[in-house]
Design a protein around this ligand. Structure first.
Ligand SMILES: Nc1nc(=O)c2c([nH]1)NC[C@@H]1CN(c3ccc(C(=O)N[C@@H](CCC(=O)O)C(=O)O)cc3)C=[N+]21
Ligand SMILES: [Mg+2]
Length: 292
């Protein structure tokens, strides 16, 4: 079963549908709440992937009625200064979500900074409280990228239970929570990483292959099982011979799509889903205040 046309899992359209639903929900909740939801994004230095994300988040917040409390710090900022801002945002009643862009500059200790975020405002799901809830399959705020993958799979009716899933990458932001969410959905999950031996042989066993390694067009056709579902979390900027930049994923899309049953494009796949789930988490934490 090869050379069938893969279904394109359209994250852009799915994300727009989610955003439209959230916009309506915000309109109906805000009279009672007396304020819009608020999201604070903190960025230190100027990582290009983070810059794309920040731009898209701010546009989306404007569009659906979430107030942005963003702060940008120069690379040489001291950790203590950012920690103080986080503490002020924890106390600020107008703020429902706080997100610290990763990676942070080398002189930062990301772990201790993330521990300082109020778990109820941790819309990135990175606080140990929320990570622990995920490990235990308890409800809590969940990492936006892997949560977006699960929503997209569900949107397209892709069966996960009983399937073999391989996750490439073991970051706290994507790989680890992704593996746990697939496990929760009853997939048989393998986590692979830079030290994994015979990687292509492993990925050829995957019914669902998720890549979050950040290497442009790293994965070619001989890594893919025929009929696999390919989920590309990589967002890599490359430049053509004329110096023009464009975004590509970890998959060599044109090479592998003939062998896949379904595949996410870059751009327009998991990126927009990440933004949508961030907004969703923010609205969730806003809505929770109505009842408390
Ligand atoms: N604490 C933290 N949480 C994150 O989730 C996080 C982070 N730090 N640091 C940076 C990465 C990167 N990231 C992106 C999310 C969406 C797009 C996105 O919207 N991509 C569009 C790009 C469209 C375009 O502008 O060309 C797409 O793929 O279609 C990009 C990048 C989240 N990250
Ligand atoms: Mg994408």
């Amino acid at each position: 079963m090869s050379n069938h046309a893969a279904r394109i899992l359209d994250g852009k359209t799915t994300a727009q549908t989610i955003q439209a639903r959230l916009k309506a929900e915000i309109e109906s909740l805000s009279p009672e709440m007396g304020r819009p939801p608020g999201l604070a994004v903190l960025m230190v230095g100027d990582n290009p992937a983070s810059a794309v994300y920040v731009r898209n988040k701010e546009k989306s917040c404007d569009r659906i009625g979430i107030a942005s409390f963003g702060r940008k710090f120069p690379t040489e900022t001291e950790q203590g200064e950012v920690a103080e801002v986080i503490e002020a945002l924890n106390q600020d009643e107008r703020v429902d979500g706080i997100l610290v862009q990763l990676p942070l500059p080398d002189h930062f200790d990301a772990v201790s900074l993330l521990h300082g975020i109020d778990p109820n405002k941790d819309v990135d799901g990175l606080h140990p409280m929320n990570m622990g809830r995920l490990v235990r399959s308890e409800t809590g705020l969940r990492s936006c990228t892997p949560a977006g993958v699960m929503v997209l799979l569900n949107e397209y009716g892709i069966e996960v239970a009983g399937k073999r899933a391989v996750v490439l990458g073991r970051s706290i932001l994507v790989g680890k929570p992704m593996a746990l969410m697939l496990l929760e959905a009853n997939a048989t999950v393998t986590m692979a990483h830079s030290r994994t031996e015979n990687l292509p042989e492993l990925t050829r066993s995957a019914d669902i292959l998720v890549s979050a390694v950040g290497k442009p067009k790293f994965i070619g056709a001989d890594w893919i099982k025929s009929g696999a579902v390919a989920i590309d979390v990589g967002i890599n900027r490359i430049f053509d011979s004329s110096g023009k930049g464009k975004l590509v994923g970890d998959f060599d899309f044109d090479a592998i799509s003939p062998f896949c049953s379904a595949i996410t494009p870059v751009p327009g796949g998991i990126g927009p889903m990440t933004v949508a789930l961030l907004l969703e988490n923010t609205v969730r934490s806003y809505r929770k205040k109505l009842r408390s």
